[in-house]
Design a protein around this ligand. Structure first.
Ligand SMILES: Nc1ncnc2c1ncn2[C@@H]1O[C@H](COP(=O)(O)OP(=O)(O)O)[C@@H](O)[C@H]1O
Ligand SMILES: [Mg+2]
Length: 234
């Protein structure tokens, strides 16, 4: 019924419509199976398999150039695989990952010159209370909704931009959040704050690429790309 309604009003991404009619975007697990990827003569993945249960937090680590970002880009279908399948299993059925399930938080979040309100809604209709609650949730309550972002975000700190992007993704109730080295450009204290925030979120599956992590214990699983026995064991 909800799908029909959205088609009628021409909403391409029904997930964020009004921000309060939430589609059920849960699933059993994300399934990466027999994934292979080469760039020219370099093998990045060879028969890689991994099941990521809904709601888990996974760390992807490995040397620079090992293929961490490539993995996230294949999950979000930004680049293609050579072989294999990335899907979700939902209600026991394997389906292609709906793109509206996926949110990407990058090291260089995009911000627009305009109000915080606009940067959150991107012109969609959300209740003000939902927006304010979201600012609180991502620890951005120091910025009110009318605060104007200028010069492509020069008047925001790196940490604030990442929080803002995270708020945007959460507002759209994504269930798979891909996080690519977001804390690389932040100092230790801010990195910890962002990571604490990300790991306090419930009901979302987080796949985070990170180089140096102080505390790996809070991840449910760790994928280390390119280590010695990588190609034999995957
Ligand atoms: N579009 C591309 N064409 C050719 N080679 C690429 C492309 N994207 C990435 N690579 C190469 O694949 C390897 C993995 O890249 P990447 O996934 O960005 O690594 P990481 O994120 O782990 O630093 C690197 O050697 C990189 O140069
Ligand atoms: Mg990378």
């Amino acid at each position: 019924m909800f799908d029909l309604l959205c088609i009628k009003i021409g909403t391409a991404d029904n997930s964020s419509w009004k921000g309060n009619l939430k589609e059920n975007k849960t699933f059993d697990y994300l399934d990466i199976s027999n994934l292979s990827k080469n760039f020219e003569d370099k093998t990045i993945f060879k028969n890689f398999n991994k099941k990521i249960p809904f709601g888990s937090k996974v760390l992807v680590t490995g040397e620079s150039g090992s293929g961490k970002s490539t993995l996230l880009k294949m999950i979000s279908q930004e680049i293609s695989m050579d072989y294999g399948e990335i899907s979700i299993v939902k209600n026991g059925k394997k389906i292609e990952i709906p793109m509206r399930y996926i949110g990407f938080v990058s090291q260089e979040p995009f911000v627009f010159n305009g109000s915080i309100m606009y940067n959150l809604t991107l012109g969609r209709d959300y209740e003000e209370k939902i927006l304010k609650d979201m600012l609180k949730k991502v620890n951005l309550e120091e910025l009110n909704l009318d605060y104007l972002i200028q010069n492509n975000g020069e008047n925001l700190s790196g940490g604030q931009k990442i929080r803002l992007e995270l708020a945007r993704v959460l507002l759209r109730s994504k269930s798979i959040i891909l996080v690519d080295e977001v804390t690389a450009s932040l100092d230790k204290k801010n990195s910890k704050k962002i990571r604490d925030l990300i790991y306090s979120l419930n009901g979302v599956t987080i796949i985070e690429v990170a180089h140096h992590i102080d505390d790996e214990s809070r991840y449910d699983d760790i994928i280390t790309i390119g280590k010695e026995d990588w190609y034999e064991n995957h």
